[in-house]
Design a protein around this ligand. Structure first.
Ligand code: DGJ
Length: 757
C-alpha cells in the first residue's frame, strides 16, 4: 500500500496489491479523476489520461485553452456553474446569493493510518501500516471556504474510504446545500446498477438495471436509511457475475437521509455521487466552523461480486465493527416478541426462558412492553422504568431470575420515540420534532423525540444509564419504529432548520457512543421496524442488526441474500419463528427455518411452551449444531452460489480461513415431481484437498459419495439430487416444499474417503 505524489506532473497515485486510484491537479487548479480500477504500475506522469480536445460548440473553456473544459474532464469534487452541467458534489450558498465556488488545490498531506471522523461512524485503522490517508486541501479564495478531501487506502482490501470536511475560514457565514461524500467520474457507462430496495418486511431485494443516459438514483428522505432503499449501490460490468468481472461497491457509512446517484452525460461518462440527501438539507457554516460529511467506502474488484462482498465483509468485520463483540461468536438468543407480543407476565417470560435453557439457548431478550404503561403500542413509550405490575421486582429482579436460570438477559429499547400517552410526553410535549402551527403525524401512535437537542439525548442517556447500571444486562435491542415527519426543531433558528435531519442522526450516534463507552460488554443489536436502518453507520456501534420483521424462511432467503452483498454475515440478525409464520401465514419445516437462520446471528422467536416434545428435541439439536459451527457460520468466508431472485433454488456457503471446513446451505422453495438430478458447484475450497461430506440438517437425503476432492466439488459439483428426482422410494427422506439442507464439509486424509459421517 502506498500513496505517491508526482510533483512534476502533480499527480497522486494511491495503490495497494489490488487497486490503483489516480488523481491529478487539473490545469484550472481543480482536482481531476484519472483512473480507478485494478492495480497498475506507478509512473511519473499519467497526464496522458486527461481527455483534452476542442468541443467548441458544447464546452466552456475555463483557462483559455479551448481543449479544456470543466464539463468534459472527470473531476473529484465537482461544482456547478462554471462549464460543468452535471450534478455537482458540492454547493455552497453565499451571502450575495451566488452558489458558484472555485475550490482550487493548495496542498496535500499523507498520514499513516486513518484519522477519526469526529461524531461520525467510520472505518478505522488499527496500526500505521494497515492504512494510509491522503488529504487534499482546496481553497475558494472569494469565500474563504477550505475543503479537505480525504482518501484512505487499506493495505489488505481493494477499498478506499472517502470523506470531506469543509471549513469556513472566511469572515461571513455560508450555507452548505450539498456536500457529497464521494464523487467518482468514470470514463464510460457500460455498467449495470444494482440497488437494494423494498419496503417493511421485504427489505434489500437486489434490483439490476443498465445505466442509461441521464440520471438514475435512489435515496431516503425519511430520517433513517430506510426499508425502501439501502445506502449501498453496486456498479458492475454487464458480464460480471458472482465469480468474474469488474464491480465497484459504494457503501455509505451513515444512517440518515442519503442520495446515491449516477448520471450518464452525453459523451457517455458516468458521474457517481453518494452522500447526505441534499433535498431538505442546508447547513449554516459560520466563520470558524466546520462540517464533516459521512464516509463512503468504495470497493473495486475484477473478480466478481462475491469477491467484492468478501472485501466489504472483512473490512467491516475488522475495521468498522468495534469492541468486545467484534470477533466473538454471538450468543444464541430467544426473543419473546412473536411469542407474546405485549401480552406477558413475568411468570410467562420465566417459563419461556426455562424451556429455552433446556434447549441450550444462552440469552433471553425481553422485547417491547416491559416499561411504563406500555400494554400496547398506544402508550408508555419514553418511560424507561419497569412496569411493576408485570415485573414485580423490576428489571434488576428479572435479570437476576434469568441469571439464576442460567440465561443471560437482554432488553429492548426504543430510545428515540415517545407516545403521546406517556409521562415523558406529558412532562415535555415540546421535546418532539414538530413544525409549529402544523399538526403532527404519528406513526404507530408515537412521535419522534428531538435528538437534535443535546438535552433530550442527555435525558434519555441518563434514564438508560440508570437502568443498565443497576441491572445485569448483556444485550440491548435498539429499535426505531417510524420515519420522521414534520422535521423541525423549535430550539434552532429558521436558517438552521435544514440541519435537523443530520443533527438528529448525530444525536443518535452520540447516545450510542456514550452507552457503548459506559457499557463496553453489552452487545447492541440495531433494529428499525426490522431492517429500516441496516447500514454501515450503525455497524460502528451495534455489531449486529435485526434484518427484517419478516421471519418467514422463504422471504428471508431473499432478505439475507440481498443483505450479504455488503454486510458481514456476523451482523445479520436471524430468528427461527413459529409456523404458520406470523407475517405470511406460510408453513415451513422447522429445519428450513433454522437452516436459513444459521447464516447470521441466530436465535428463536416463538413460544417454546407451544411446541411439541419432538420439536423441542429438534431445537436442542439445532442449538447444539449452531454452537458447534457458529464461528464458521458467522466469520467464515461467505459465497453466494444461487440467487433466490433468479430461481426456485437458493444456495450459499461459508468456508473457514484455512479452507479445511465449509458449510453449504441449499434451499428449494417448491418441490418438483420427477425432477432433474442436480449438482451445485461450490467455491473457495482447496482443490487438492479431500473433503468428507455430511448431509447434516436434516439428514438421510444425500445421494452423493461420502467424500470428494475440492476440485470435484468446485468443478463437477456437490450432488444435490434428492427424492424429487426420478421415482425414488428407497427409504430416503421425502423431499417437500420449502425444503432445505445443510452440508458439512471437512478436510480429511484420502484414506478416510469411504468413511461415513
Ligand atoms: C419492531 C421490531 O422490528 C420487532 O422485532 C419488535 O421489536 C417490535 N418493533 C416491538 O415493538
Amino acid at each position: 500500500m502506498e500513496i505517491v505524489f508526482h510533483k512534476e506532473s502533480k499527480i497522486f497515485h494511491l495503490f495497494n496489491q489490488s487497486i490503483s486510484y489516480i488523481i491529478a491537479v487539473l490545469p484550472d487548479g481543480h482536482i481531476g479523476q484519472l483512473y480507478f480500477g485494478g492495480r497498475i504500475h506507478d509512473r511519473a506522469d499519467f497526464s496522458y489520461l486527461l481527455e483534452l480536445a476542442p468541443r467548441d460548440m458544447a464546452s466552456y473553456p475555463f483557462t483559455g485553452d479551448r481543449t479544456f473544459s470543466r464539463g468534459h474532464v472527470k473531476q473529484e469534487y465537482a461544482v456547478y456553474g462554471s462549464g460543468d452541467y452535471r450534478y455537482p458534489a458540492v454547493s455552497v450558498l453565499q451571502e450575495n446569493g451566488s452558489r458558484l465556488s472555485d475550490f482550487c488545490y493548495e496542498s496535500y498531506e499523507i498520514i499513516s493510518g486513518k484519522p477519526e471522523l469526529r461524531g461520525l461512524p467510520a472505518t478505522y485503522s488499527e496500526s500505521d501500516s494497515d492504512a494510509e490517508t491522503l488529504v487534499l486541501k482546496l481553497y475558494d479564495t472569494l469565500t474563504g471556504v477550505r475543503v479537505f478531501l480525504s482518501y484512505t487506502i487499506f493495505s489488505q482490501f481493494g477499498a478506499l474510504a472517502r470523506s470531506v470536511r469543509l471549513v469556513n475560514e472566511g469572515s461571513v457565514s455560508v450555507y452548505i446545500e450539498r456536500a457529497m461524500s464521494v464523487c467518482l467520474d468514470l470514463p464510460d457507462h457500460d455498467y449495470d446498477w444494482i440497488q437494494f430496495s423494498g419496503a417493511w418486511a421485504r427489505e434489500r431485494t437486489a434490483y439490476t438495471r443498465k445505466l442509461e443516459f441521464g440520471i438514475q438514483a435512489v435515496n431516503s428522505t425519511r430520517g433513517h436509511s430506510s426499508h425502501e432503499h439501502n445506502p449501498f449501490i453496486i456498479l458492475k460490468r454487464p458480464v460480471t457475475d458472482e465469480f468474474h468481472g469488474e464491480a465497484i461497491g459504494f457503501s455509505l457509512v451513515y444512517s440518515g437521509n442519503f442520495l446515491a446517484q449516477a448520471e450518464v452525460e452525453s459523451h457517455g461518462t458516468t458521474r457517481f455521487l453518494m452522500g447526505i440527501e441534499p433535498f431538505n438539507f442546508q447547513w449554516k457554516l459560520e466563520p470558524g466552523e466546520e462540517f464533516q460529511t459521512p464516509e463512503c467506502v468504495v470497493v473495486y474488484t475484477s473478480e466478481g461480486l462475491n469477491k467484492m462482498s468478501q472485501s466489504f465483509h472483512r473490512l467491516y468485520q475488522t475495521h468498522l465493527i468495534r469492541g468486545y463483540w467484534r470477533d466473538r461468536p454471538r450468543p444464541i438468543l430467544i426473543n419473546n416478541w412473536e411469542a407474546t407480543y405485549f401480552d406477558f407476565t413475568e411468570e410467562k417470560l420465566l417459563r419461556i426462558a426455562g424451556k429455552a435453557k433446556e434447549c441450550g439457548i444462552e440469552l433471553f431478550v425481553l422485547d417491547d412492553g416491559w416499561f411504563g404503561s406500555r400494554c400496547s403500542s398506544r402508550s408508555g413509550l419514553g418511560d424507561w422504568y419497569a412496569n411493576r405490575e408485570r415485573l414485580p421486582d423490576g428489571i434488576k429482579g428479572l435479570a437476576e431470575k434469568m441469571e439464576n436460570l442460567g440465561m443471560r438477559f437482554g432488553l429492548w429499547f426504543e430510545p428515540e420515540m415517545v407516545n403521546e400517552d406517556s409521562e415523558l410526553y406529558r412532562a415535555h410535549p415540546d421535546w418532539i420534532l414538530h413544525t409549529p402551527g402544523r399538526s403532527c403525524c404519528h406513526g404507530r401512535y408515537q412521535y419522534v423525540l428531538d435528538f437534535a437537542r443535546p438535552e433530550v439525548v442527555d435525558y434519555i442517556y441518563d434514564r438508560m444509564y440508570q437502568l443498565l447500571k443497576d441491572s445485569h444486562i448483556s444485550y440491548i435491542k435498539w429499535d426505531m419504529n417510524r420515519s420522521i415527519t414534520e422535521c423541525y426543531s423549535i430550539e434552532f433558528p429558521p436558517d438552521r432548520q435544514g440541519e435537523i435531519f443530520h443533527r438528529y442522526i448525530l444525536g443518535v450516534y452520540n447516545l450510542y457512543e456514550r452507552l457503548i463507552s459506559a457499557f463496553p460488554h453489552i452487545l447492541f443489536e440495531s433494529c428499525a421496524s426490522g431492517g429500516a436502518r441496516f447500514d454501515a453507520g450503525l455497524l460502528y456501534y451495534a455489531p449486529q442488526g435485526w434484518a427484517s420483521d419478516n421471519t418467514d424462511a422463504v422471504c428471508r432467503l431473499g432478505i439475507q441474500y440481498g443483505t450479504s452483498y455488503c454486510y458481514p454475515i456476523s451482523s445479520i440478525g436471524n430468528h427461527v419463528s413459529a409456523s404458520p409464520n406470523h407475517q405470511l401465514g406460510r408453513s415451513t419445516p422447522l429445519w428450513t427455518r433454522a437452516n436459513v437462520a444459521y447464516f447470521g446471528t441466530f436465535g428463536y422467536e416463538l413460544d417454546l411452551e407451544k411446541i411439541s416434545e419432538e420439536e423441542k428435541e429438534i431445537i436442542r439439536k439445532q442449538v447444539a449444531f449452531m454452537k458447534k459451527h457458529r464461528s464458521l457460520l458467522q466469520f467464515g468466508l461467505f459465497y453466494r452460489l444461487k440467487s433466490p431472485f433468479e430461481g426456485n433454488v437458493t444456495a450459499w456457503m461459508t468456508v473457514s480461513d484455512d479452507g479445511r471446513e465449509a458449510l453449504v446451505g441449499w434451499y428449494r422453495v417448491l418441490n418438483e415431481a420427477n425432477g432433474p438430478f442436480t449438482r451445485l458447484r461450490l467455491a473457495g475450497l482447496n482443490a487438492e484437498q479431500y473433503y468428507e461430506i455430511c448431509d447434516v440438517m436434516p439428514s438421510d437425503s444425500y445421494f452423493g459419495p461420502s467424500g470428494q476432492y475440492g476440485d470435484e466439488l468446485m468443478n463437477m459439483g456437490l450432488i444435490t439430487s434428492d427424492s424429487s428426482c426420478g421415482q425414488f422410494s428407497d427409504g430416503r427422506r421425502q423431499s417437500c416444499d420449502f425444503d432445505s439442507r445443510i452440508f458439512y464439509l471437512k478436510a480429511c486424509p484420502e484414506r478416510m474417503k469411504d468413511s461415513t459421517c
